[in-house]
Design a protein around this ligand. Structure first.
Ligand code: HEM
Length: 141
């Protein structure tokens, strides 16, 4: 089980690298669009980065979730903490796919949010990660 848990933590960390970095690119992209008119070289470059990073995040999400479910079902973990964790993980999955919608919006020059909105949007994974790690390590209930 320790090998599986080790890879679970590695996959989760790698997925979070994308969940943290992609919204940060959105912040910069929104700032570029607010200061430069039209489809600038910088905006084209940021669109490419967004698409490549998002494509990279999906297999990592599948490995993180798959290894978690294997741990949960394979080793009979029970308790309120795992249900609270799964609720937060469902929020993370929704956040992941909403990022995909935002990548498409930027690609089609249909972004509607400003850089301040993206700064707040960028904080959500931090809050979820904090709560999930406390739940799974401390198991408070
Ligand atoms: C379907 C989704 C997931 C399931 C079913 C799941 C389930 C589990 C289980 C059963 C363990 C072992 C707990 C133990 O050994 O005490 C574990 C460990 C862990 N999980 Fe997940 N997990 C999932 C997703 C995630 C996500 C998204 C994160 C990060 C936000 C995460 C972070 C961790 C951490 C840090 C550990 C190691 C805890 C320790 O060593 O005590 N997991 N997970």
């Amino acid at each position: 089980m320790l090998w599986l848990k080790s890879f679970h933590i590695i996959f989760v960390t790698s997925w979070f690298a994308g969940l943290f970095y992609l919204p940060r690119i959105f912040v910069n992209h929104a700032m570029v669009l607010e200061t430069q008119s039209g489809d600038s070289v910088a905006s084209t470059q940021l669109k490419l980065m967004e698409r490549k990073l998002y494509r990279f995040m999906l297999p990592l999400a599948i490995l993180a979730l798959g290894s978690g479910i294997w741990l949960w079902r394979g080793y009979g973990f029970t308790g309120g903490w795992i249900h609270a964790k799964l609720t937060l993980v469902a929020l993370l999955i929704a956040y992941h796919f909403y990022c995909g919608k935002l990548v498409k919006d930027f690609h089609l020059n249909q972004n509607t949010h400003g850089h301040i909105w993206y700064r707040w949007f960028n904080e959500l994974p931090v809050l979820v990660l904090t709560a999930v790690v406390i739940l799974v390590v401390v198991k408070p209930f």
